[in-house]
Design a protein around this ligand. Structure first.
Ligand SMILES: Nc1ncnc2c1ncn2[C@@H]1O[C@H](COP(=O)(O)OP(=O)(O)OP(=O)(O)O)[C@@H](O)[C@H]1O
Ligand SMILES: [Mg+2]
Length: 235
């Protein structure tokens, strides 16, 4: 049974900064939720088609997972088709390009949740703050209440000073974040080469197990968020 309140539930992985881990987070979420038997559709809005290329290598759960690379100008029409489909997926994930464009705002405004990946660094926190402000403007202007969470990525296990400082800065700014962070892990990087995610790995290893546990904790936070927040209907 789907843990999401809407079918489809739409989640945008948002940032206009490159390299923060949007595509990584997107395919990891797709991997873990398809492994739980959910139908997932990814809209790849990045002209580099990182997710589309990953999908071309992805061998398992093809029936449960579909990916469409969509030009920004065609985004709203495509999403309307998916939402209005008689048999929609459980979850739509939107991976945006690392640039500031109209489609980013359109995607956020049509989402039930916005996930903002950020490395623990000043430039990434600055960028996340801008996205949070844009989302607040969208919510104010269109009467929405789309929630967001920062997702700290590329976390270092030794917790260096800059990382601790970044975490306290996020708290000081009052930004909402997932407690779960994505550590810097080889299985996340390898996924782009193999087409697999930790949840579909054919050869388990301690590093795969750790990645899976981290992603499962993230999934729990996401589903708990939907269980406790009232979220608006996707447009
Ligand atoms: N937690 C992680 N552990 C290891 N490598 C990571 C992690 N997160 C991201 N990477 C690597 O960092 C690089 C950038 O990640 P990714 O492509 O997901 O970022 P992006 O925000 O989608 O970038 P762009 O804006 O260019 O689309 C990739 O090589 C990816 O494999
Ligand atoms: Mg990307």
């Amino acid at each position: 049974m789907s843990p999401f309140p809407h079918r489809p539930t739409v989640i945008t992985i948002a940032s206009s900064k490159g390299g923060v881990g949007k595509s990584t987070a997107c395919i990891m979420l797709a991997g873990l939720f398809t492994a739980r038997g959910l139908g997932v559709h990814i809209i790849d809005l990045d002209e580099n088609q990182t997710v589309q290329r990953w999908f071309n290598r992805h061998q398992t759960s093809r029936a449960a997972l579909t990916v469409t690379a969509v030009a920004p100008a065609d985004f709203t029409a495509h999403l309307k088709d998916i939402v209005g489909h008689p048999n929609p997926p459980d979850l739509v994930l939107i991976d945006v390009a690392g640039v500031y464009e109209k489609a980013l705002l359109q995607a956020m405004g049509r989402s039930h949740l916005v996930i903002i990946p950020a490395q623990p660094s000043e430039p990434d926190i600055h960028e996340a703050t801008k996205i949070v402000r844009d989302l607040a403007d969208l919510n104010d202007n269109f009467g929405g209440s789309v929630p967001y969470r920062l997702l700290l990525n590329l976390f270092e296990p030794l917790d260096p000073h800059y990382q601790r400082h970044s975490v306290s800065e996020i708290a000081r700014l009052g930004l909402q974040r997932f407690d779960t962070v994505m550590h810097k892990r080889a299985p996340y990087r390898e996924a782009f080469m193999t087409g697999q995610t930790p949840h579909h790995a054919t050869e388990p290893s301690p590093s795969i197990d750790k990645a899976r546990a981290e992603l499962d904790a993230l999934a729990t936070e996401i589903t708990d968020l939907f269980a406790t927040t009232s979220v608006k209907e996707a447009a």
